[in-house]
Design a protein around this ligand. Structure first.
Ligand code: HEC
Ligand code: HEC
Length: 341
């Protein structure tokens, strides 16, 4: 090939490439790569809701928008605050008209990995979970049809919806966009992660390391339930909180007596930020929780045999609390991508 021809061919190819690029700018610009923390597995993401920048942006806008509630007074973020690792600091959160909910809000950190949502595990996907607060009398007290109607009057939503899912605002779009945003809420850069997954031996001090060893010990059993990278085995169990439960837990879902007083094992990530604790917010401090496990808890027919009680000195308690505090991930709670705009 002579030089001139070669040059012409290159120009033609170049023009074609540019032309292609011009036709499909959104696809290229919209791609999003989830920043998975070191040592974490890849969460599964539904085929019909792959992450894109515009889907996440729409989900984020919805998450912080009070117009999702009937009287436009509360948003998802009212009960899932970024500064508190997407939990809140009430025993029971307040919904519209300050109505008191029936459970303690949970942190949404790493919710992408949760296979069974809510404390009795009755909801399988983040997409489906979105309906719960929207319809719940004590939360948004609204309904999807009216919500779609309301948001369809907002030109910003109309445009974002087309960009993100190539369709009009709908239940499909609202539920998927909120799920997409929540899947980005990954927390895995606490001092514990730096020590354990990133080989930074100075990230934990001696007391925190002693606490970690106690947490993993056969005497305390904590890591038998609060296990793996997300500090939960995803199981449902009874940790001896009460003899008689006002909130009967998983039996509400299954109707089985063996599920009375049974709740999901919560993740302990960012646990220093998510007080009060347990399904009913009945414990206020990490120290109180250790005293509870130390005593072996209340007798309940479904109590796990792993809750036996143990002896522990005051300085060991301090070590264990220090370790639990090392699960706080400052980068996560300060991440600009997760703050209200
Ligand atoms: C009034 C307070 C309140 C509002 C508003 C609220 N939530 Fe929640 N959220 C809770 C409580 C309380 C729980 C635990 C409920 C349970 O276990 O039964 C929860 C649980 C969840 C869970 C399950 C997490 C898990 O690990 O099982 C997800 C996901 C969630 N909320 C997302 C949202 C989204 C998205 C919105 C907005 C559309 C929202 N929440 C609005 C209080 C609230
Ligand atoms: C048999 C399994 C099991 C064992 C062992 C266990 N836990 Fe738990 N833990 C649970 C369950 C279930 C809950 C939630 C109970 C509820 O919601 O009422 C919980 C709740 C907690 C909470 C509150 C989290 C929150 O956000 O509300 C902390 C903190 C905690 N456990 C720490 C520990 C420590 C420390 C140990 C070891 C001394 C331990 N757990 C041992 C099952 C267990």
């Amino acid at each position: 090939m002579n030089h001139r021809l070669y040059f012409t061919v290159l120009c033609v190819i170049g023009t074609l490439l540019l032309a292609c690029k011009k036709d499909t700018p959104t696809i290229e610009d919209d791609s999003y790569t989830l920043a998975i923390p070191i040592g974490f597995p890849t969460p599964s993401i539904p085929e019909d809701n792959q992450l894109t920048k515009s889907r996440i942006a729409l989900g984020k806008k919805l998450f912080f928008d009070t117009s999702l509630s009937r009287d436009s007074s509360v948003s998802c973020a009212s009960c899932h605050k970024p500064s508190l690792a997407f939990a809140d600091d009430e025993a029971f959160s307040l919904g519209v008209e300050n109505r008191l909910g029936v459970r303690n809000s949970v942190s949404l950190a790493n919710v992408a990995y949760q296979e069974n949502l809510l404390r009795e595990g009755g909801v399988p996907t983040l997409e489906q979970q979105v309906l719960v607060p929207i319809q719940d009398h004590n939360e948004f007290d609204f309904n999807m049809v009216l919500l779609v109607e309301r948001l369809s009057k907002d030109s910003v939503y109309v445009t974002l919806s087309q960009q993100a899912y190539d369709r009009e605002m709908s239940a499909f779009v609202i539920s998927r966009a909120l799920a997409a945003f929540q899947r980005t809420l990954l927390s895995g850069n606490s001092p514990y992660d730096q020590y354990f997954f990133q080989n930074q031996s100075n990230a934990l001090n001696e007391s925190e390391i002693r606490g970690l060893n106690l947490f993993n010990s056969d005497a305390l059993n904590c890591s038998k339930c609060h296990s793996d990278f997300n500090f939960t085995n995803e199981d449902f169990t009874n940790n001896g909180l009460y003899e008689i439960y006002a909130d009967s837990g998983r039996i509400r879902l299954t109707g089985l007596e063996e599920d009375r007083g049974i709740f999901k094992v919560p993740s302990l990530r960012n646990v220093a930020l998510t007080a009060p604790y347990m399904h009913d917010g009945s414990m206020n401090t990490l120290e109180e929780i250790i005293v509870h496990y130390q005593s072996g808890g209340k007798n309940h027919e479904n109590k796990s045999p792993l809750i036996q009680g143990f002896t522990i000195t005051d300085s060991e308690k301090e070590d264990l609390v220090n370790f639990l505090k090392s699960l706080t991930d400052q980068e996560f709670i300060q991440n600009p991508a997760f703050q209200q705009e």
